[in-house]
Design a protein around this ligand. Structure first.
Ligand code: NDP
Length: 454
């Protein structure tokens, strides 16, 4: 079956590609393995220089890359350009900091002298989603390359042009051939890649289902995996919160990228004292978003990435209504071309309903009223996910105490939950395991090897 690029704003097929045959796939993997032998011997400064060149290309090409994202998965160009620049920043971050993060660490108390080294291991397979089609790739590729590994990318099947554009960035930057390769393959060929002797690990971002399949396949081969899966992040609004700022960030978090973000705030847990005011401000703010053509710079929210994902979201909204949820705005698929879905708010949900514990991957905010901090924490933790969350209060000490009780991979106070190059990023529970970014991210895919003398 061909790999198709379908414009979610027009529902038209814009490009189509043949997947790699098994023998072509083996050839690419062999070439990547061969390139590793020279790549791992390059100095950190040589690798850093090339990453800086990649950053330069990302900046030069950012407008064009944003257009590819808009046409393939519906991201408004303003946000797409920002995404390309964030990729440039992660390349520069690891170019500047990578050598220090992987410098030998001396250890006292054993032998005459001991130190820990961090050595590259071969090729990292990255299995990536369409929602941040550049950022998700670069945040794992930049540290892996800086550490001296080679990288192959199996991107989501609906973003083949993004996948090819990413490979081209590395070519344009002057990387040696086959150090980074895009594999245009279907999900069924991932096991073949894992079978290759040079591929020692896989990093996947996507759904729990995909995570289970790929982690099992890696486990069966005793290859390492990092899983960055879904989330159902709580945004907790305490009684003394700055509501104006909380609502601004809540809107951005829930509706940015048309709600298709793992670390979007998905459940809004609001103290009784400020519930009515928060809800009325959120309703106004979400209603004011400009929904439309992702190629128009004025657009805040484009279409969802595909028809099936929109249909799945509508089913979840219908299930909300079935268990007593009230729709304040939105809630149904509009007429016309394109996989658009309106900003939607659902209230009065019983927290025990199954749908409240699921990930809603679209611009649908579930708002819950609570009457105590303890209740807010209980509701926040009442999901098998554990990716991120935020707490809003003018009392930062109080907010920090609440943050320590939230069972997730990160919590932000009075701020947007985001993946930042400086901070380790990842989840607990069914949100996955392992960490990307910061110094933790670059150490996931290296051999942590002590050398002990005497
Ligand atoms: P998937 O999780 O299915 O896809 C993510 C990546 O995994 C793609 O490259 C996909 O390839 C690959 N993949 C999927 N199944 C397998 C498999 N069995 N073996 C090997 N590779 C596989 O995402 P969807 O696009 O289907 O989205 C479904 C749901 O996933 C969303 O509604 C959302 O809940 C969640 N999601 C979470 C993301 C996050 O950032 N945490 C990102 C995207 C989705 P292919 O495209 O070829 O199937």
């Amino acid at each position: 079956m061909s790999i198709q690029s379908l414009n979610p704003a027009t529902e038209e097929i814009v490009a189509s590609f043949d997947p790699l045959s098994e023998s072509d796939l083996q050839d690419v993997l062999d070439s990547t393995a061969e390139s590793w032998t020279a790549w791992k011997l390059k100095s950190y400064s040589e690798r850093a220089g090339l990453l800086k060149k990649a950053a330069e290309q990302l900046r030069i090409q950012s407008k064009k890359l944003a257009e590819i994202m808009a046409v393939e998965m519906g991201k408004p160009v303003r946000m797409g350009e920002g995404e390309a620049l964030k990729c440039a920043a992660v390349c520069e971050y690891y170019a500047d900091e990578g050598e220090g993060m992987l410098a030998p660490v001396p250890v006292e108390g054993v032998g005459r002298k001991a130190y820990i080294t961090f050595e590259p291991l071969g090729t990292v397979l990255t299995v990536m989603p369409w929602n941040f089609p550049f950022w998700q790739v670069f945040r794992i590729a930049a540290p892996s390359l800086m550490a001296g590994n080679t990288v192959v990318l199996k991107h989501a099947s609906n973003v083949p042009q993004c996948a090819l554009a990413i490979e081209k960035i590395f070519v344009d930057a002057g990387f040696p051939a086959n150090v980074f390769r895009t594999l245009l393959i279907g999900a069924g060929q991932v096991e073949t890649v894992l079978d290759h002797k040079s591929v020692f690990a896989v990093s996947l971002t996507g759904s729990e289902h995909a995570g289970q399949k790929v982690a099992s396949a890696a486990g069966a081969r005793l290859k390492k995996s990092v899983m960055e899966l879904g989330g159902s992040d709580p945004l907790i609004v305490l009684a003394d919160a700055d509501l104006e700022e909380a609502v601004k960030v809540a809107t951005m978090s829930r509706c940015g990228n048309t709600g298709q973000t793992c670390i979007a705030a998905k459940r809004f847990i609001v103290m009784d004292e400020v519930y009515d005011e928060f809800l009325s401000r959120l309703t106004e703010s979400m209603s004011n978003l400009v929904v439309g053509d992702p190629l128009d710079p004025k657009t805040d929210m484009g279409p969802m990435s595909s028809g099936p994902l929109r249909a799945e979201l509508q089913k979840q909204v219908d299930r909300c209504v079935k268990v007593g949820g009230k729709i304040l705005i939105g809630g149904s698929i509009p007429d016309g071309k394109g996989y658009y879905y309106p900003p939607t708010i659902v209230t009065d949900m019983p927290t025990s309903a199954d749908v409240c514990k699921e990930e809603l991957f679209g611009p649908v905010a579930m708002v819950f009223r609570v009457s105590s901090v303890d209740e807010a924490v209980t509701v926040a933790n009442d999901t098998p996910f554990g990716l991120g969350g935020s707490v809003w209060s003018k009392d930062e000490d109080m907010a920090a105490k609440v943050a320590s009780r939230i069972k997730t991979g990160c919590v932000f106070i009075n701020s947007l939950v985001r993946s930042d190059v400086h901070l380790p990023f990842g989840g607990i529970g069914i949100s996955g395991y392992g960490r990307e970014l910061g110094s933790y991210g670059i150490r996931e895919f290296v051999n942590v090897k002590p050398i002990c003398i005497g």
